[in-house]
Design a protein around this ligand. Structure first.
Ligand code: ZN
Length: 77
């Protein structure tokens, strides 16, 4: 799989029904919810703001989650 945030190849650690956990060289270790992933058929992440949000969350948790509330980071493909 490619990183949903920056589109580079990514290490997928876990795929669960509700989320996917991945490590990307550029974006770090994060989880993305399946609900948000399903939005990526038609839209994609704006890379820089998404990385910034992950970085902010990392100050509170080692493993930040991109969830459906982060839909505002998506732009048209
Ligand atoms: Zn990435």
């Amino acid at each position: 799989m490619n990183c949903p945030v920056c589109f580079q190849p990514v290490d997928v650690l876990q795929v669960k029904s509700s989320y996917t956990e991945a490590v990307c060289l550029g974006c770090g270790h994060f989880q993305i919810s399946s609900a948000l992933r399903s939005c990526l058929d038609r839209r994609q992440f704006a890379t820089r703001p998404t990385r910034q949000r992950l970085q902010e969350r990392r100050q509170k948790t080692a493993l930040p989650l991109l969830g459906i509330n982060d839909e505002d980071l998506l732009i048209p493909k």
